[in-house]
Design a protein around this ligand. Structure first.
Ligand code: ASP
Length: 600
């Protein structure tokens, strides 16, 4: 074989394990490191499967020695050689191929690498900025490859699973009309229709519903969604959803199917079994007992309401709050009676940041006596007993009480509960899936002074609450649900409205005039009148799911080419200025101070 022919591998590095000693193989990959040991040169060559030690021995091929001596880290080459067993004292049990090496006979270097800006292996601290700028090198790291593989495997399972369950994968367009998911749209100005823009989909919500009207019956798609939101650590401007819609299906069936999907993914990717069915709790119960609509149910520590117990106790602050319509709730800190004053102050600062006026912390002594606040003396002995039993508190526990308006109490105690669990290491490796159901249909927007759809305006109200839509909108529940895993929202969906009249009532409840609705979604409202089947759906955050599977808490790690918190791609430097000519054909003129950002 001539040098120039040496091009295609016969084996991946790790696959050399399947060959026999003495076999001639060709491997291809990058140089992880090179060691010159007097006469011999050792090169760790790696590809996506692993690392293989290649030995250059002058006795076998003296001509190769010079080029081997010049090999630079991260250079890419193809090498032919014979598989050989390492001498016993040179074996490396940490390495998959640690008992073997390749005795090189031929080599072809394709591209000599510049010195990489960071080590791709080892624990050298690398800033994320540098990793993102040289993402193609970062992705060469085994950890990143592991995550990409998890993503690939998950996508294959998802495709197969839905297909097996009668779902059709249908690709919806990216250049669409604005969708009503509530965030800001990314706009794509039209050249042919100057002054008009497409919007990138925040989700294919209306499109998938129209697929149901079209009779598709079961639809799924792994789809890119775009939301122009302010930066948050757990958000990306473009992200992937597993998007699903089903006709003539009870929510129980939708739940069952997706429990089976989760079971399959976690089994195939992590080899762990997931217990079904998943527990279901209502939004109201989640907020009351866990202070969150994404309850982490791996541990108990339920928040308990003690408003009635404290009412009229004579404890000024609390009485005042209750009179104003506030509530009092508490959570138990197991063994927390021994916390120092400073530690309790730290707990208090957690609730204060969330708007609570303060924290009442009651210690329970060994003998069961409670102390820590004048509130204790204002309670009767039987009230004190009720307090302890309500909170399941026993000797040596701390009872943490917050009083205030409902949302503040829920938020503060919800956060405090998670903090206590973290301190006590109660967050196990268990997989605690939970369906949260019966979300409110609407939420009041204090800034806009009107109701907004909590999910989206096509979500059906709870059948028992239809009358509340006009009389008490805040109390109207939706047929909406989320799937939560260990306190993280994996996805959410709802039963949809399939009747134009009800759809109008919901628009009215959110203060959207007929004309406005017609202007924004006229095409969709029209479609609703042409035989819309009852349907429901759900969408899962693919990136979030991969984070859980990969065990990372950095969202950018599961997206091969992510944006920074400032929504910038450091690799390609997007977004970038465009030329005046480009803008001109779109009929766009920049206002003065933005002009300077424009390329000339
Ligand atoms: N389109 C919704 C979302 O993106 C999910 C759904 O209701 O199916 O949140």
């Amino acid at each position: 074989m001539t040098q120039t022919k040496l091009f295609e591998r016969t084996h991946y590095c790790a696959d050399v394990l399947t060959s026999r000693l003495g076999d001639e193989v060709i491997v291809a990959g990058w140089v992880r490191k090179r060691r010159d040991l007097g006469k011999l040169i050792f090169v760790d060559l790696y590809d996506r499967t692993g690392v293989l030690q290649v030995v250059f021995d002058p006795e076998r091929n003296p001509e190769l020695m010079n080029s081997a001596g010049d090999l630079k880290r991260e250079s890419v080459l193809v090498v032919k050689g014979n598989v050989s067993e390492r001498p016993p004292d040179a074996r490396n049990p940490e390495m998959l191929t640690g008992n073997l090496e390749l005795i090189a006979t031929q080599m072809r270097v394709f591209n000599t690498s510049k010195v990489p800006p960071f080590h791709l292996i080892g624990d050298q601290e690398v800033t994320e900025e540098l990793r993102l700028k040289f993402r193609y090198l970062d992705l060469r790291r085994p950890e990143m490859f592991r995550i990409m593989k998890i993503r690939h495997d998950t996508q294959q399972i998802v495709h197969q699973f839905y297909s097996d369950h009668g779902f059709m994968e249908i690709v919806t367009p990216h250049l669409i009309r604005s969708t009503p998911e509530g965030a800001r749209d990314f706009l794509v100005p039209s050249r042919l229709h100057k002054g008009s823009s497409y919007a990138l989909p925040q989700s294919p919500q209306m499109l998938k519903q129209m697929l149901m009207i079209a009779g598709v019956d079961r639809y799924f798609q792994i789809v890119k969604c775009f939301r122009d939101e302010d930066s948050r650590a757990d958000r990306q401007p473009e992200f992937s959803q597993i998007d699903v819609e089903m006709s003539f299906t009870a929510t129980d069936t939708l739940f069952n199917i997706h429990e089976a999907l989760m079971q399959k993914i976690f089994h195939k990717v992590l080899n762990v079994s997931v217990e079904c069915p998943f527990p279901r709790i209502s939004y109201q119960e989640a907020m009351e007992h866990y202070g969150s609509d994404k309850p982490d149910v791996r541990f108990e520590l339920k928040i308990k309401d003690i408003t009635d117990l404290c009412m009229g106790s004579g404890f000024g602050v609390i009485d005042n709050i209750i009179e104003k319509g506030g509530i009092v709730r508490g959570v138990r800190y197991p063994g927390g009676a021994s916390l120092s004053r400073k530690q309790i102050q730290d707990l208090e600062s957690i609730v204060k940041v969330r708007g609570a006026g303060g924290l009442v912390a009651l210690r329970i002594a060994n003998d069961g006596n409670i102390s820590g606040s004048p509130l204790v003396d204002l309670l009767t002995p039987s009230q004190r007993d009720t307090l302890k039993s309500t909170l399941n508190a026993t000797a040596n526990d701390l009872i943490c009480i917050v009083a205030g308006m409902k949302s503040i109490v829920e938020n503060s105690l919800g956060t405090l509960r998670l903090h206590i669990a973290k301190q006590l290491k109660l967050m196990t490796d268990d997989l605690a899936f939970t369906w949260v159901t019966d979300f409110p249909l609407l939420e009041y927007d204090e800034i806009e002074k009107r109701y907004q759809a909590m999910h989206h305006p096509f979500t059906a109200p709870h059948p028992e609450d239809l009358d509340l839509l006009e009389s008490n909108p805040q109390a109207c529940r939706a047929q909406a649900y989320d799937l939560v895993l260990n306190g993280v929202e994996l996805g959410g969906g709802s039963v949809r409205i399939h009747d134009r009249i009800l759809q109008n009532r919901v628009f009215q409840a959110i203060g959207m005039s007929q004309e406005d609705a017609q202007k924004r979604f006229g095409f969709f409202l029209e479609a609703l009148e042409y035989g819309t089947p009852p349907h429901c759906g759900i969408a899962f955050g693919m990136d979030r799911l991969i984070m859980m599977l990969a065990g990372t808490d950095n969202l950018r790690d599961v997206i091969p080419f992510p944006k920074t918190l400032q929504a910038v791609c450091l690799l390609t430097a997007a977004p970038s200025p465009v030329t005046n000519e480009q803008l001109e054909v779109l009929g766009i003129k920049l206002i003065n101070d933005q002009q300077k950002h424009c390329e000339t």
